[in-house]
Design a protein around this ligand. Structure first.
Ligand code: DX5
Ligand code: ZN
Length: 243
């Protein structure tokens, strides 16, 4: 079985039947549910808040990871934690007190991750990575689903993996944005082992189960075909980004 984990982003789900869509991806083998929270300030879009998390908490056993694209993440941490969140992804960009935010997440007993935008280098993680359970490399600019994958982020995935291997082995490397059957193999080759996918899963007219199977096959295909030398690089990257 593939070591790559899938995190369907419910931003692309049909909100009129959200509970059912979450159940569908759970039955199809999703590893976690990715919840995109936007405040109309940090990004030019609005999405959902703790009430939605509380509702989906009742219908799934899967871990709920909350991607906070908001100007003041600290203000909402407790509400989201009380609603049943398991982990938080907060942005490096715009947070002048990132260390404090991460410590607050940990004090709540939740997994902590830091997200970096396409124009942000991996070096900014150097002083915070030891406190993290995961890193989120944004492969689009945050704010909207169904955007085109930004290819220049690929080398950065490898750089994040190297940083993790050096400073925080075991920290996961997740990617978010524009992930589909074409880009999934590229990011896995680069070292990612957790793939967020919204429109590629919920937008597939053949249904979420088929969509997730296609994504997994796209990735298994690389793992099967990888040459021995590349295999060990892949295994190394997966070691450094396993949960
Ligand atoms: C973008 C969000 C993503 C988004 C991904 O700001 O963080 O999680 O839902 O959507 P797709 O997979 O459609 O690019
Ligand atoms: Zn996201």
């Amino acid at each position: 079985m593939s070591a790559v984990k899938l995190a369907p982003s419910i931003l692309a789900a049909d909100f009129a039947r959200l509970g059912q869509q979450v159940t569908e991806v759970e039955h199809a083998g999703a590893d976690r549910i990715h919840v995109d929270v936007m405040d109309g300030r940090f990004v030019p879009n609005l999405s959902m808040g703790p009430a939605i998390v509380q509702s989906i908490r009742r219908v799934t056993q899967l871990p709920l990871e909350i991607h906070l694209m908001i100007s003041d993440p600290d203000f909402f941490l407790e509400d989201f934690a009380a609603a049943g969140s398991d982990s938080f992804l907060v942005h490096w960009e715009g947070n002048h007190n990132l260390h404090r935010t991460v410590q607050r997440i940990r004090a709540l007993g939740k997994r902590a991750g830091v997200a970096i935008n396409p124009a942000t280098g991996s070096g900014v993680l150097e002083e915070i990575i030891r406190d993290l359970d995961q890193v989120l490399v944004m492969t689009v600019n945050p704010g909207f689903g169904h955007q085109q994958f930004v290819r220049t982020t690929l080398p950065k995935i490898g750089q994040v993996c190297e940083l993790i291997e050096r400073l925080k082995p075991g920290c996961a490397v997740e990617v978010d944005g524009g992930i589909d059957v074409t880009t999934a193999p590229l990011v896995v080759r680069a070292g990612a082992t957790v793939l967020v996918a919204g429109s590629a899963i919920f937008g597939d007219r053949d249904g979420v189960a088929t969509a997730m199977k296609r994504l997994r096959m796209a990735v298994n295909h690389i793992e099967d075909e990888t040459e021995p030398a590349e295999q060990s690089a892949l295994q190394r990257s997966q070691r450094c980004s396993s949960e």
